[in-house]
Design a protein around this ligand. Structure first.
Ligand code: SF4
Ligand code: SF4
Length: 340
């Protein structure tokens, strides 16, 4: 994989990539994957590699470089929504939180999406995030039943935290616990806490998922999943089609290299935020170069998503079907009738 400096990358830019024109640029979504490698859990389905027995390998995580990238993100002159991604637990690291704090102080940063396993007390989150305007923070708390001792206490903590912050919660449909999901979802709903469910990605008992879910498991998932969008992209592995990645969205890797998305990092380099805030963008949506898009921060960039869904607020996983009202009158307009 080539890794040119920013000057080289921009000089090699193809005609459809344009230098940034600050006044014209609208809200841009950014996913900054830091690969921070420390976690206090060992979930058996961990895509970050913490699953026993080996645990995860080395990481390019570097505190000084992380803060240098953050400072260049703070120098951008167009509005951004940012998600800081990790390969572990965000709230273990004071440096990660310091980065979020710096971003929150920048006027052009409209929202900061963070993910946590909710292993701390809700009041600790409020303490850790003290000084960061609540209206800029959106949290996804992932529910890991193999790691927590008391499900009801966890849901109560999510309920309390949702009174402080824009919060949603999520579960992974790990095959051994899949049949519990309708009950889990019901409990979250009874507590008034948003909950979404994502298919398991990986190997279980020699079979690769999500492809290996059988018909009965798929019927359960059909009932509990958040949207037709999630169902098609995350379970049925829809071929993505046209996508706004590189146009309205950028991916920043742990060393600051900017590309259109995390699903196609071998694509054209659009900047190096470890060095400078200079960026280039595509001039419109382009066909997805990947076969599938299983990252929910990224498949929301597809034109299919933009056409059929809209955000309810700043949280990356709180959205609604645009034509839900019409579908009440005309069932053929339901999201489940959209041709995919
Ligand atoms: S909490 Fe997340 S990062 Fe940590 S082990 Fe579980 S799935 Fe992996
Ligand atoms: S659909 Fe996903 S993988 Fe494809 S270009 Fe968009 S963000 Fe990248």
């Amino acid at each position: 994989m080539r890794s040119p400096g920013p000057e080289t990358a921009l000089a090699e830019a193809e005609p459809q990539v344009t230098p940034e024109a600050a006044p014209a640029r609208g809200l841009t979504n950014i996913r900054f994957f830091t690969d921070y490698p420390v976690c206090n859990y060992k979930c058996p389905y961990c895509v970050a590699g913490h699953a026993p027995p080996e645990g995860r390998g080395p990481s390019p995580w570097d505190e000084d470089r992380y803060l240098a990238i953050i400072d260049n993100l703070c120098r951008l002159d167009f509005p951004i929504n940012i998600r800081i991604g990790v390969g572990g637990e965000f709230f273990i690291s004071k440096t990660l939180v310091e980065g979020a704090r710096r971003l929150a102080q920048a006027d052009h940063v409209q929202s900061i999406n963070l993910i946590t396993n909710l292993s701390f007390h809700p009041k600790q989150y409020a303490r850790i995030l003290h000084g960061i305007p609540k209206e800029k923070v959106a949290l996804v708390a992932s529910y890991h039943p193999t790691e927590i001792k008391n499900e009801d206490a966890w849901i109560a903590a999510a309920q309390e935290l949702s009174t402080y912050y824009d919060l949603t919660t999520m579960s992974v449909a790990y095959p051994p616990s899949l049949r519990n999901l309708p009950e889990v979802k019901r409990k979250f709903a009874a507590a008034g806490v948003d909950h979404f469910i994502q298919p398991f990605i990986g190997e279980f008992e020699g079979k690769m998922y999500p492809q290996a879910y059988d018909a009965e498991e798929r019927a359960i998932l059909r009932e509990v999943m958040y949207s037709r969008h999630d169902h098609e992209f995350l379970l049925n592995l829809k071929k993505p089609g046209l996508c706004n990645a590189g146009f309205k969205f950028l991916f920043v890797d742990p060393v600051g290299k900017v590309t259109q998305c995390g699903g196609f990092q071998e694509g054209q380099q659009l900047g190096d935020l470890a060095v400078s805030p200079e960026l280039a963008f595509f001039d419109g949506p382009r066909p997805c170069p990947a076969m599938v898009c299983q990252c929910d921060t990224e498949n929301i960039n597809t034109v299919a998503f933009e056409t059929h869904y809209k955000y309810l607020d700043k949280n990356q996983h709180r959205f609604a079907y645009r034509f839900a009202e019409e579908a009440k009158q005309h069932p053929w307009m339901s999201e489940w009738e959209v041709p995919y």
